[in-house]
Design a protein around this ligand. Sequence first.
Ligand code: NAD
Length: 488
Amino acid sequence: MPDLFIDGTWRSALDERTREIRCPADGSLVGVVDEAGGKDTVEAIAAARRAFDEGPWPTTPAADRGDLLLRVADLLLRDKDALARAESLDTGKRLVESEYDIDDIANCFRYFGRAAAAETGRVVETGTASVDSRVVYEPVGVCALITPWNYPLLQTAWKVAPALAAGNTFVLKPSELTPHTAIHLMRLLEEAGLPPGVANLVLGAGPEAGAPLGDHPDVDLVSFTGGLQTGRRLMAAAAGTVKKVALELGGKNPNIVFADADFETAVDMALTAVFLHSGQVCSSGARLLVEDSLHDRFVDELVRRASEIRLGGPFDERAQSGPLVSAAHRAKVEAYVAKGLAEGAVLRCGGARPSGPEFEAGFYYPPTVLDECSSDMSVVQDESFGPVLTVERFSDEAEAVRLANDTIYGLAGAVFTTDEAKAQRVAARLRLGTVWINDYHPYVPQAEWGGFKQSGFGRELGPSGLAEYREAKHIWRNTNPSPQGWFA
Ligand code: NAD
């Protein structure tokens, strides 16, 4: 069955190109999918435009749109096993993590299903009895939704669910590396009764299948999650037609540990912060800032535990961490570590591919700790997006804050301390979209997600996430019109 979904029809690419998808854990063939080119994407944009301008979806009552999203949430859970398996095969991530993701994804659809009709406008007090005035929320129009490979369906859900809740139509382009769960989602939207043309899917490489989404005049909004360079390119492309732009970009996230932190908890969470999903998490706590007096004890214990993390494929129940997503990505991480060592970082563990027949066909890279780093090193400034932790020391609260803020990014980070007042002071001064206190990584769909500084622009999830996909229109009604006589 063909894999591009355009105007309610499944079809192949116009030039009949395809792409092999292989599992990063062992190189096995997962599937062969259709590979769109720019012409397919332009057709998908036209379908989304028609569905927006002429179709029923934008004017469907918000409560009915919400009901459809709630049905999709149920269908996602019905298909949880197949979806989790597909996600793990495409990404190489542990099955248990993919299963967890599918629950999150269903929750996201449920949240926006309920939010769709919760607030659709408000009355504005004008002080004039003969006028009624209200603000109504309307969909933005045709949305280009472009997503990365690290949490393929989760990142997709964070865009698709609010876009649909607000009444938009869209063209989705997932990462070319991990297309299978996006295909599955389109089938669920179809099954849930979404009208043709509202949801369109193109698969393929960014510069070809993705590029028209950035500059096509019929696209009203670009919502992108991915790397900083691609984000900059899309923002520039969108400027020509003044599209709404929402960007969720990279991070180089500080994890600050004070000497008075609960030791066991802080070590444990520092490991989760950076090594979850092999560090391929935008909010990964890849910069450990540890108070001088705690440094040696803390890093020794962290290194001991990091060295014991078991690597393995997605279905290996003993594995605690999986492979990187591709050969190219592993090469990037290796180059990053080499640069860090050349800059003077001290390798405490990892730093070389694991040996053994079980690792040969996959893109494995071990948990790696680079100690004695400083914030002028590129290894501290640049995102590796792999299982690599840099360690810096600080001597007091002010220095911790200064170092933590000393990058171009501002996505997320954490502070570990038992001093509540200090935790709040530090949290208030961190230029980050999310700050965890004595925790790392949790999120809820009711809260917002997004970056400060060059980590992004606009918010996802929560009420502001829905607001990204709406325009506020003010409607002023004069209930007692009569000539005003200005020019009488
Ligand atoms: P990427 O920028 O290489 O690709 C992301 C998507 O953009 C892919 O679908 C890709 O095909 C597409 N793309 C590439 N060039 C394009 C172009 N010219 N026009 C249109 N589309 C184009 O990023 P990636 O390697 O897939 O993902 C990793 C990055 O994503 C990391 O930097 C990570 O921090 C970031 N990320 C951020 C968040 C967040 O919430 N802030 C979440 C997940 C990932």
